[in-house]
Design a protein. Structure first.
Length: 307
């Protein structure tokens, strides 16, 4: 059931039945005063949602579980900077989340709540959020895999200039996602090693399964990142080979033109004693010699290229 702010404040005052999820946007300056007035949360939570993108955190502060998780923006378009954080505070009967920008996993969880999904406890909500993060990462990996497949097809067709920039962008996105999201399963596994006493055994099992799913999604993205790196190496090798081939052709052309330029320079000095200057067939002798020498150099270059 979705509540408005007044109803939520009344529930907090009366200590109503069940549990409550409070979701806030940090850009609203009234968020922190409203929370401090009605909810007893540790200062570490407020420090978390005031911060920017940083390291993943999942720690227990007295009876409150404080978490800082990373997520991609709602309108994610493979931009390396399209990652932000959500700060969470979990108690036995309350889940408080705060984000600065619209995030995809949180929005999926909110849509599930609006659709009438049932949850046992705030810990169950946290496990569902972790599964949503895994689904989002799997979806990103699937889209990236399709783009990498297309790039690989272009690469096999020797369409080298098409894919260099796109490969670099994909690798930067995947590396950034791994650096920010990979610590989350490890943080949850550490929590499960010494969980808060108020988390039921069923919720602990759900959190463990969700952390395993998320870890598998991170491993899939790592494998894709390695595949992108190999494609970049192959592309660099093809570019280097094409550059070497071009330089070889330029060198051959320069060598073939060298005799002509040399003889033209010598005969163009217009000094006394120039050979064949008075011979009736002097021009033919010079041109014939140049042709023979050029053909010999061309044959030598052709043999080297075949080797």
């Amino acid at each position: 059931m979705v509540l408005d702010a007044a109803t939520a404040a009344q529930w907090l005052e009366d200590r109503g039945e069940g549990f409550l999820w409070l979701h806030f946007t940090v850009v609203n300056t009234a968020t922190e005063p409203w929370l401090r007035e009605r909810v007893d949360l540790p200062d570490s939570f407020y420090e978390a949602f005031r911060g920017t993108v940083g390291s993943t955190r999942l720690e227990q502060d007295d009876e409150t579980l404080v978490a800082v998780l990373h997520d991609v923006l709602f309108d994610f378009t493979f931009d390396p900077a399209a990652v932000s954080v959500v700060a969470l505070a979990v108690t036995p009967r309350l889940l408080v989340s705060a984000r600065r920008r619209p995030l995809r996993s949180i929005d999926r969880l909110r849509s599930a709540v609006r659709a009438g999904a049932n949850f046992r406890s705030p810990a169950d909500l946290l496990g569902h959020l972790l599964r949503d993060q895994a689904d989002v990462l799997v979806d990103i990996t699937r889209q990236a895999t399709a783009r990498v497949d297309r790039i690989e097809d272009h690469l096999l067709a020797n369409q080298v200039p098409v894919s260099r920039r796109e490969l670099g962008t994909l690798r930067r996105v995947l590396v950034r996602l791994q650096r920010l999201l990979a610590p989350e399963p490890a943080a949850f596994f550490r929590l499960l090693g010494r969980p808060p006493h108020w988390i039921p055994a069923a919720d602990l099992q759900d959190l463990r399964e969700a952390a395993e799913e998320f870890s598998t999604a991170v491993l899939d993205s790592t494998a894709l990142c390695e595949r992108v790196r190999l494609l970049q190496d192959e592309l660099a090798a093809l570019v280097s080979e094409a550059t070497n081939r071009t330089l070889f052709v330029l060198t051959v052309v320069t060598v073939l033109a060298l005799p002509i330029n040399l003889i033209a320079g010598l005969f163009g000095m217009n000094v006394a004693g120039m050979p064949l200057a008075t011979h009736p067939h002097g021009f033919g002798f010079v041109v014939g010699g140049l042709l023979v020498l050029t053909v010999a150099l061309g044959l030598l270059a052709w043999r080297r290229q075949r080797e």
